[in-house]
Design a protein around this ligand. Structure first.
Ligand SMILES: [Zn+2]
Ligand SMILES: [Zn+2]
Length: 257
């Protein structure tokens, strides 16, 4: 029994809307934090100078992507659900296995599509460059993508992860909500001590920050969970996390490019 059942909310509705709610809650927490200049990956001045798009546009772009995402998710759930069949939750260990499979599927899909969008100049110019207009990422900008990219990278990737892992809609609530938090965290722009995402994942805020920099766009394509494909296919850019002279941190590449 889960609490949302008491309110007549289905797992499919939760699987669609919980990740969207979490995006704004988790992103909102980062947004409301006091000025933490000593933990920032870039100075505020750099953010103002390098980012090519105002926050209001970013927020509108994210809302549009989430709208498309919700429509596709509800359609997918309605096409795959069997109303006469009682869905039984599998044991926890099976669910953990399904989540790991879903993470690997999502990573594989996103790596190749993401990398291709950098190789193909037309796709980069017209689609993926929108995400790179935030050279200094922040939490609310995590899903600032061209709607087509959102659909292809996140929504289709999410559908594959769900279908190939065999998870139930209820397990998908936890998986998609976690994936959303991870993506928000990767763009938070802060290197806070004890951040569990930084402790658990080598592919984290600093790793993805390298990709957002002008010198890093040919590296660190892997997202959102592991860095396996970058390592296997030679696009991994190692970096050193150094203190900046004006406070905060900087992810400095340590390979010539
Ligand atoms: Zn990119
Ligand atoms: Zn990004």
């Amino acid at each position: 029994m889960v609490f949302w059942e008491d309110y007549g909310i289905s797992d499919e509705m939760m699987g669609t809307f919980a990740p969207i709610a979490m995006y704004w809650i988790y992103g909102g927490i980062y947004h409301m934090l006091p000025s933490l200049d000593h933990y920032r990956m870039h100075s505020r001045k750099e953010e103002e100078q390098k980012n090519q798009v105002p926050m209001a546009t970013v927020i509108k772009g994210v809302l549009l992507q989430q709208f498309c995402q919700a429509v596709v998710a509800l359609t997918m759930f309605s096409l795959t659900s069997q109303p006469d069949v009682q869905v039984v939750q599998q044991p926890l260990l099976v669910q953990i296995g399904q989540v790991i499979v879903a993470m690997l599927v999502m990573d594989t899909w996103q790596y190749f599509v993401h990398r291709y969008m950098h190789i193909n100049k037309f796709l980069y110019r017209h689609i993926h460059s929108q995400h790179h207009r935030l050279v200094v990422p922040y939490a609310f900008g995590a899903l600032f993508n061209h709607p087509l990219e959102g659909l292809l990278l996140d929504t289709v990737g999410g559908a594959f992860s769900f279908l190939l892992s065999g998870m139930t809609p209820r397990t998908s609530i936890y998986f998609f909500t976690f994936a959303t938090m991870k993506t928000v965290d990767d763009h938070c722009g802060l290197w806070l001590p004890g951040n569990p995402f930084h402790l658990l994942f080598q592919n984290n805020t600093a790793y993805h920050d390298v990709h957002h920099q002008l010198h890093g766009t040919k590296y660190n394509f892997s997202q959102p969970f592991f860095n396996i494909w970058d390592k296997v296919l030679g696009t991994h850019m190692p970096f050193a996390l150094e203190k900046r002279a004006d406070g905060g941190y900087e992810a400095k590449p340590i390979k010539d490019n």
